[in-house]
Design a protein around this ligand. Structure first.
Ligand code: COS
Length: 387
C-alpha cells in the first residue's frame, strides 16, 4: 500500500536531511575506518531505514517500489557504504522471505529485520559459481525426515560479518547440476558449523563489509526452506525474483550517486578559474556536464517507470535488467567525467571524487554483471519474437 502524500514527503525530507547533515560529513572517516560508526547504525534503526520495504504488518514502512526508489535516489547522494548496511534488510536479505516465505517465517524474522535488530545476508555466489549462479555446489543433503546437512562456501557475501540470518542457496537434488536442484534455506548465524572468512579488502565501498561464509555440516530442519518443505527445488526462482527487485534498487542508487557527482562537478567547474574564467564557461567542460545530466535523467526515468510497472504487478525482469545495465554503466561514465572536470584535484583523496570513482565500479558487477543483464535482455527479446 502506498503512503499518503504527506507521510511520504516527510520521509523523503528526513532522509535528505540525514544524508546531508549526518552522513556526508562522515564519508572520509567511514572509508578510513572501513566501518559505519555504531551510533550511525543506531540512528538508522531509529529512522526505520532497515524496514523501508518490509510490509507494515511486520513492522516495516511497506514502501512501494516507486517509493523505495525515491528513498534510494536520496541515499545515493552519499557514500554507497551507508546504504549497504541497510541494503540487505530491504533487499536481497529479506525479499526471499517476503516473496516466497511462509507466514511463520515472516512472523519469525521480518519484524526483527525491519527494526534492524538482525541483519539479513544473501548467500548465492560461490568461489566457482558467480555469473553462473545455477551451477552452485553448496549441498543440502537430506538426513532422515527432520534435517538437511549443509556444506559449502559462499563468497563476497555483503554484510555477512554483521549478519544474524543468512538466506542460503544450496543444492538439495544431488543428481542435478543446474538451477533446478537448488533450494533456499534460512539459516541463523549462531547455528553450529558456520564460520566467517576475514573481511575482503576491496577496491572501494569501504565501510560496506563482505566476506566468505563457510558451512560445515550445518544441520537445519526442513521448515528452514523458504516457503516450507514443499518448495524444495524452487530456490533458484526465489533468487531470481529477489534479484529483479534488487537490480531496480541498485539502479536507483546509481542515479542518486550520479546526481551527487554532477552537483560536485558543476560546483567545482563554476568555482575553478583557468584562462581568466570559470572552467564551466568552456564548451568542452559543458559537454561533459550536459552528457552527464542527460544520462542521469534517462536512468532516473527508467527507474521510475519500471518501479511503477512493478507496483502494478507486471513482470519487469527485462526492464529491471535494462535499468541495471544502463544506470550502472551511466554512473561509471559520470564518475569518470567528474574526475576529469576536477583535473588533478580529482585524482587526490581530498575531494572525495576519486573515492566515488572507485565506489561506483562495483555497480557494474554485483547483483548481475552488465554482461549478465545483456544476456537477460537479449534472451527475453528473442523469446518474445519467437512467441
Ligand atoms: N523470476 C522468476 N523465475 C525466474 C526468473 C525470474 N526473474 N528468472 C529465471 N527464472 C526461472 C526460470 O523460468 C527457470 O525456471 P524453469 O526451469 O521452471 O523454466 C529457472 O528460474 C532457471 O532459470 P534459467 O534457465 O534462466 O537459469 P540459467 O542457469 O540459465 O541462468 C542467469 C540464469 C544467468 C540469468 C542467472 O544465473 C543469473 O542471474 N546470474 C547472475 C547471478 C547474479 O546476479 N549474481 C549476483 C550475486 S547476488 S548479489
Amino acid at each position: 500500500m502506498a503512503l499518503d502524500r504527506d507521510t511520504l514527503a516527510q520521509l523523503l525530507d528526513t532522509v535528505e536531511r540525514f544524508v546531508a547533515e549526518r552522513l556526508r560529513p562522515l564519508e572520509d572517516r567511514v572509508a578510513e575506518e572501513d566501518r559505519i560508526p555504531p551510533e550511525v547504525v543506531a540512528e538508522m534503526r531509529e529512522l526505520g531505514l532497515f524496514g523501508l520495504s518490509i510490509p507494515e504488518d511486520y513492522g516495516g514502512l511497506g514502501l512501494t517500489m516507486a517509493e523505495e526508489a525515491q528513498v534510494a535516489f536520496r541515499l545515493g547522494r552519499t557514500s554507497p557504504a551507508f546504504r549497504s548496511i541497510i541494503g540487505t534488510n530491504n533487499g536481497i536479505g529479506s525479499q526471499g522471505i517476503i516473496i516466497d516465505g511462509t507466514a511463520e517465517q515472516k512472523a519469525r524474522y521480518l519484524p526483527r529485520m525491519a527494526s534492524g535488530e538482525i541483519i539479513g545476508s544473501f548467500c548465492l555466489t560461490e568461489p566457482e559459481a558467480g555469473s553462473d549462479a545455477g551451477s552452485l555446489k553448496t549441498s543440502a543433503r537430506r538426513e532422515g525426515n527432520d534435517a538437511y546437512v549443509v556444506n559449502g562456501t559462499k563468497r563476497f557475501i555483503t554484510n555477512a560479518p554483521a549478519a544474524g540470518l543468512f538466506t542460503v542457496f544450496a543444492r538439495t537434488d544431488p543428481a542435478s547440476t543446474d538451477a533446478r536442484g537448488v533450494s533456499a534455506f534460512l539459516i541463523e548465524a549462531g547455528t553450529p558449523g558456520i564460520t566467517l572468512g576475514t573481511p575482503d579488502r576491496k577496491m572501494g565501498q569501504k565501510g560496506a563489509q563482505t566476506c566468505d561464509v563457510i558451512f560445515e555440516n550445518v544441520r537445519v530442519p526442513p521448515d528452514a526452506i523458504i516457503g516450507g518443505p514443499a518448495r524444495e527445488g524452487q530456490g533458484f526462482k526465489t533468487a531470481m525474483k529477489v534479484l529483479d527487485r534488487g537490480r531496480l534498487h541498485i539502479s536507483a542508487v546509481c542515479v542518486g550517486v550520479a546526481e551527487r557527482l554532477i552537483d560536485d562537478a558543476l560546483n567545482y567547474a563554476i568555482e575553478r578559474r583557468q584562462f581568466g574564467q570559470p572552467i564551466a564557461e568552456f564548451q568542452l567542460v559543458q559537454a561533459m556536464l550536459a552528457d552527464s545530466k542527460a544520462e542521469a535523467y534517462a536512468a532516473r526515468c527508467m527507474v521510475e517507470e519500471t518501479a511503477r510497472r512493478k507496483d502494478e504487478g507486471r513482470n519487469v525482469s527485462t526492464e529491471a535488467a535494462c535499468a541495471k545495465m544502463f544506470a550502472s554503466e551511466m554512473v561509471g561514465r559520470v564518475a569518470d567525467r567528474a574526475v576529469q572536470i576536477h583535473g588533478g584535484a580529482g585524482y587526490v583523496a581530498d575531494y572525495g571524487v576519486e573515492r566515488f570513482y572507485r565506489d561506483v565500479r562495483l555497480f557494474r558487477i554485483y547483483e548481475g554483471t552488465t554482461q549478465i543483464q545483456q544476456v537477460l535482455i537479449a534472451r527475453s527479446m528473442i523469446k518474445e519474437a519467437r512467441g
